[in-house]
Ligand binder design. Structure first.
Ligand code: FAD
Length: 483
């Protein structure tokens, strides 16, 4: 199997790059180790589309952040991805921190961030009455937004696949060699692929993938961040994303609305964790809770419905590491993509195309590029549209997930999409079944039955999420199938 470009990894960076490359007359493959896209860091983060006042002016990170902020809004609109330009506040609790807000404001101006405002205490509390009365002021960035990170990734990957990009899931790259200007890539499943160019978008494993063929240039220091996700009853506690002043470990603990109407609280920053360590700990949760209550004292943590963790691909450099490998021609690293990597992703993808072009790849646009994506979300339709849909397919009238009002029709759609769901969590990422207050307690068995029926597999073969994560081990008693 010979390609012009092979992309390794299908998180938001790989998906955005595939999306950008799919508009050109090229043969592109994406090799992803897991059984779905967006299951690494791209599914477990704060989901903020940062305005761009944080990165150091003049860096690639600053430029791609600001450009990405604008691009994500346009893509979300075009590809039907949940997105809300709610704005963000960085709040100060002392005069020294107010000084810091001025510095962030100046950085923002240098980075070209539009619509930023320095608010005094009264203005801040008027906009966000649930903030602590210890607040002294805030930096308001109107262009900050929130998005569904896995749907953004999925949407871009789907458009890429619709336009001819070949996606290979369950394909962990194990070895890379180069002979006569052609890369030979071997996957753990025994399959081999060849290409003229390679893009390394392997997230926390980007150093490992680079060193399969190149000399060491950087080391990923996985840094875990842990979260609370609170029920929708807390979803209106704040209207904007509330940050505290950043420190050397990152942007600090935030409190913010999600696109799905929940409240997200977190993360901490724990350097030196395992690359695949997504466990949450009591200690981190205590830290996050105490830090968040300092900003918004009235948060009710009794409304917590889930804890989760994501791992940052931090390196020894405070910068995205984007460029051709120093030791291997034709090998493009998109590495060290830590925050604001979600925000910057489309700009990174576009920049990757420019770099490939400089490296000798011709980019000729396709004539019949299809940049559309339809998603049915029954709960947002008016009664007339709902009725019309149910007339066409009664499955859209049968609610399976009662917390989120997700119908059987939407679950079936998720299982037959361009990149179909293959697990209960895959269904959840595509249509929100199981995302509500009960976290799938009621609907998971019904979703599992629908998966088994639609995929023609036994229920004992249904996965919770990753390959091997079987939910059922077998029948306890025969004859209960119809209960
Ligand atoms: C706690 C936390 C909070 C964050 N908050 C924000 C935020 O609010 N806003 C923002 O803009 N950014 C945020 N980020 C950063 C953002 O999430 C990341 O920059 C982004 O998700 C990185 O995407 P990626 O595609 O590079 O990596 P990933 O999503 O990790 O994708 C890499 C993919 O490569 C695959 N892979 C690895 N090795 C191989 C191999 N050998 N063969 C094949 N495939 C392989 C993996 O399975 C994975 O799917 C946050 C990150 C964290 C951890």
């Amino acid at each position: 199997m010979e390609y012009d470009v092979i992309i390794i990894g299908c998180g938001v960076t790989g998906a955005a790059t595939a999306y950008m490359l799919s508009r050109y007359q090229l043969k592109v493959a994406v090799l992803e180790a897991e059984n779905d896209v967006a299951v690494g860091t791209s599914k477990a983060n704060s989901a903020i589309i940062h305005a761009g006042y944080d990165p150091v002016p003049g860096t690639l990170m600053a430029r791609l952040n600001v450009e990405g902020n604008r691009m994500v809004g346009e893509i979300a609109d075009k590809l039907n991805v949940p997105f809300s330009r709610c704005g963000s506040f960085v709040v100060a609790f002392s005069e020294a921190e107010v000084e810091h807000l001025h510095r962030l404001y100046d950085r923002g101006i240098q980075n070209g961030v539009p619509e930023m405002y320095l608010l005094n205490r009264e203005e801040t509390l008027k906009e966000e009455p649930n903030l602590s009365d210890q607040v002294c002021g805030a930096l308001y960035a109107k262009t900050a937004a929130v998005v569904s990170p896995w749907e953004l990734t999925l949407a871009m990957a789907e458009v890429a696949v619709k336009n001819g990009v070949e996606l290979f899931l369950d394909t962990r790259v194990e070895a890379i060699q180069k002979e006569n200007d052609l890369f030979k890539v071997t996957a753990a499943n025994g399959k081999n692929y060849q290409s003229r160019y390679i893009i390394n978008a392997a997230g926390v494993d980007s150093d490992v993938v680079h060193e399969m063929i190149g000399e060491k240039e950087f080391t990923v220091n996985p840094t875990k961040g842990e979260y609370y996700l609170l029920d929708k009853s807390e979803g209106n506690r704040v209207r904007h994303v509330i940050f505290q002043c950043p420190n050397e470990l990152g942007k600090g603990v935030l409190v913010g609305p999600t696109v799905h109407g929940n409240l997200i609280v977190g993360p901490n920053a724990e350097p030196g964790t395992g690359r695949d360590d997504r466990a949450t700990t009591g200690k981190a949760m205590d830290f996050v809770r105490a830090a968040a209550l300092r900003s918004v004292p009235s948060i009710s943590f009794r409304e917590n419905i889930r804890n989760f963790a994501g791992v940052r691909a931090n390196t020894e450099f405070d910068e995205f590491l984007i460029g051709e490998s120093k030791s291997v021609k034709g090998f493009l690293n998109l590495a060290g993509i830590k925050s604001p990597g979600l925000t910057a992703s489309p700009a990174i993808g576009k920049y990757a195309c420019e770099l490939l072009n400089e490296m000798g790849l011709s980019l000729i646009e396709k004539e019949n590029y299809d940049e559309t994506r339809e998603v049915v979300r029954v709960r947002y339709l008016d009664a007339e549209k709902k009725n019309a849909l149910i007339q066409k397919s009664p499955l859209y009238g049968r609610v399976i997930c009662r917390c989120e009002t997700i119908t059987e029709g939407e679950i079936v759609d998720a299982l037959h999409e361009v990149i179909p769901a293959r697990s209960i969590a895959g269904v959840k990422r595509r249509c929100n079944a199981g995302m509500g207050r009960c976290q799938g307690g009621f609907c998971s068995p019904r979703v599992a039955a629908i998966i088994a029926r639609e995929l023609g597999i036994d229920e004992t073969d249904v996965l919770e999420d990753r390959t091997g994560s079987y939910v059922l081990t077998g029948k306890m008693k025969e004859g209960l199938e119809n209960v």
